[in-house]
Design a protein around this ligand. Structure first.
Ligand code: SF4
Length: 323
């Protein structure tokens, strides 16, 4: 650019854009996507995937274009093609059915969800009744409930549920949580349960995973002082929806969930001088960068990376894909 060229930002209104750290993909999502990609490479298309592999429209659409076929249940899968189970985990009946049909299956359940399953089984084996804190109908909750016989786990969704929960008989209690809940809501529910059932372990042992924790802490930092927080993620992504709630509760003037830049309503920016940008654990970074570019096209943007937790967690792929 020569000295006489106007600045690209000439005439544009100044806007500070603060980027959350960390944001976007977690180790469990990264592993699940790699499992589908590698399965297609190794076995050819189509590879069937039971349920959305992770809750992100763009990820699902890209995998479809590579040869993944997404189905709701195993009865939609032919006997001669591999099937992948999603990162959210599945009830025990699903791998059992796959084995009975001699299907080739790959389990993309996040190891941190599997850990919750193992703990639930341990509590059950020790004669405890389990309280599961989570959202009814979410695939992770369906998967965790499906690890044990019916009636072994009671689902508690809210503080009101925690107040009205009735212990079945005099069995000792234990609890587990969905990995993608709001830390603050969960502490509140646990506080009530602990008051009613003091023998429950202290409420700092919830199963909310590192990625959910770090993204919620990062958005809290951003929210204070941001007139708007944009959360890149899909509507059915539990951890992305939680980021919007956490941002609003932490003081953001407005917080909106968007699948991508095309969903920005530019009137949200009216009167806003600072925008925070983050992404749920299933949202790809290129979508975040496209949001930044859309902001840069309309404003004189000063970009700032918020300091935050550096994540180094990685999970191994199943052996069937590495040998
Ligand atoms: S959000 Fe947490 S539990 Fe879910 S896939 Fe990512 S790391 Fe695993």
């Amino acid at each position: 650019m020569d000295a006489f060229s106007p600045s690209p930002a000439a005439g544009l209104r100044p806007l500070t854009v603060r980027m959350a750290t960390p944001r976007g993909f977690c180790a469990g999502v990264d592993r699940a996507i790699q499992i589908v990609e590698r399965a297609i490479e190794k076995f050819g298309a189509p590879v069937y995937v039971r349920h959305e592999i992770v809750h992100n429209k763009h990820v699902v659409d890209r995998l479809k274009s590579l040869g993944a076929v997404f189905v709701k249940d195993l009865d939609e899968c032919p006997d001669d093609r591999p099937v992948v189970f999603s990162a959210h985990g599945v009830p025990k009946s699903v791998p059992a059915t796959a084995r009975a049909r001699e299907l080739m299956f790959l389990d993309a359940t996040c190891p941190l969800v599997s850990k919750v399953h193992v703990e639930a089984e341990r509590h059950h084996a020790n004669g405890r009744h389990i309280i599961l804190i989570g959202h009814a109908g979410h695939p992770e909750v369906v998967g965790t409930l499906g690890q044990l016989p019916q009636g072994a786990i009671s689902l508690v969704e809210t503080v009101e549920d925690a107040e009205s929960f009735q212990r079945p008989g005099d069995r000792p209690l234990a609890y587990a949580t969905q990995t993608t809940l709001s830390l603050d809501d969960t502490s509140e529910i646990l506080r009530v349960l602990k008051r009613r059932f003091p023998e429950l372990p202290d409420p700092h042992k919830e199963d909310i995973c590192y990625a959910t924790t770090n993204r919620q802490e990062a958005v809290k930092q951003l929210a204070n002082g941001s007139g708007l927080v944009l959360v890149v993620g899909s509507k059915n992504s539990s951890n992305s929806v939680r980021l919007v709630e956490v941002a609003l509760r932490a003081g953001a003037g407005n917080a909106q969930l968007i699948d991508d830049a095309s969903q920005i309503d530019w009137s949200w920016l009216d009167g806003v001088s600072t925008v925070g940008v983050t992404a749920g654990a299933s949202a790809p970074e290129p979508l975040v960068q496209a949001v930044v570019q859309a902001l840069q096209a309309r404003f004189d943007v000063t970009l700032a990376d918020d300091p935050g937790e550096q994540e180094t967690v990685t999970f191994k792929l199943p052996r069937a894909l590495t040998v």
